[in-house]
Design a protein around this ligand. Structure first.
Ligand SMILES: O=P(O)(O)OC[C@H]1O[C@H](O[C@H]2O[C@H](CO)[C@@H](O)[C@H](O)[C@H]2O)[C@H](O)[C@@H](O)[C@@H]1O
Length: 273
């Protein structure tokens, strides 16, 4: 099903999207890509332990090669330094904490949404969550500079409602924070008008990439990536990897992390022609 949402965005069922692989030849029309990618579920498969979400050597190689020929960024919900450590490529731009914390080659380091005053609330919320969830086997509270992820992937189903209620309670205590949803995770983020989509638009502007010769492309698998797909509607290409629980603003689809690698290899070949 396809429909136009109240805000004018075109939304589709993930399974109704055409494949970015079979339609590759129609995507770029001789334009140079500006590439934005999510990490978990896009560059690395979803696994039980967030610290063990590794990128394959093949994926790292093609991303490194692409960074030589076009603007290449990773836009992640993870802490910026954490995702940088996992990717291990200094030639890339990184937007961590869902876009609140950005770095790049040549000493770029910036927090464009100016969320610093939310840090005390995040610190206090983290302490309360750790204390309240310490007795729940498998619950994981992951602090990023500008977000807290409460993971429930590894807990018994019967404890999930308690975890969700606890997050809701903490959010009520700290109105400067808002909820974010992801794959078996609830997040607490600064209650500001900033997200992955705004970060992508900020990078396009900052690096003078809003030109007819450039085609922005964003690849991601999760609900937080929807902000970036929405930001690129009518301006670039949004590619959803797999599916999530909501309708999508992406325009194309890839089945899996393996298909992401095949797509990136095709993109490299196209860009080297
Ligand atoms: O925006 P992303 O780069 O995709 O980050 C989104 C979240 O990814 C991580 O959690 C997810 O992946 C884990 C490893 O595969 C998985 O165990 C977890 O269930 C997923 O929610 C990361 O830990 C979070 O901080 C990111 O926000």
């Amino acid at each position: 099903m396809t429909y136009t949402a109240a805000n004018g965005l075109l939304k589709k069922d993930a399974l109704a999207l055409p494949s970015a692989l079979t339609n590759f030849d129609q995507l770029f029309n001789d334009k140079t890509p500006a590439l934005f990618m999510d990490y978990d579920g896009c560059l690395s498969p979803i696994v039980k332990d967030p610290e063990k979400a590794f990128m394959s050597d093949g994926m790292r190689k093609v991303v490194a090669d692409l960074a030589e020929v076009c603007f290449t960024a990773v836009v992640s919900g993870r802490d910026r330094q954490n995702v940088k450590n996992l990717v291990q490529l200094d030639s890339l731009y990184f937007a961590g904490s869902h876009g609140f914390d950005i770095s790049g080659p040549e000493n770029l380091l910036t927090e464009p949404a100016d969320a610093k005053e939310m840090l005390p609330a995040l610190d206090q919320a983290q302490d309360i969550l750790k204390e309240k969830l310490q007795s729940i086997n498998g619950a994981l509270v992951e602090r990023k500079r500008y977000a807290i992820a409460v993971h429930y992937r590894n807990i018994e189903d019967e404890h999930v409602p308690y975890v969700k209620e606890t997050v809701t309670e903490v959010l009520h205590k700290f109105p400067v924070l808002k909820e974010g949803l992801g794959k078996k995770v609830l997040e607490l983020k600064p209650n500001l008008d900033w997200n992955k989509g705004k970060a992508v638009l900020w990078l396009l502007e900052k690096f003078n990439l809003n030109k007819a010769t450039i085609m922005p492309v964003y690849i991601g698998d999760d609900i937080t990536d929807e902000d970036a797909f929405a930001a690129l509607q009518g301006k670039g290409i949004g590619i959803l990897v797999g599916e999530h629980d909501e309708q999508t603003s992406a325009t194309y689809r890839l089945e899996s992390v393996d298909e992401v690698q095949i797509f990136l290899e095709k993109l490299l070949h196209y860009q080297q022609k």
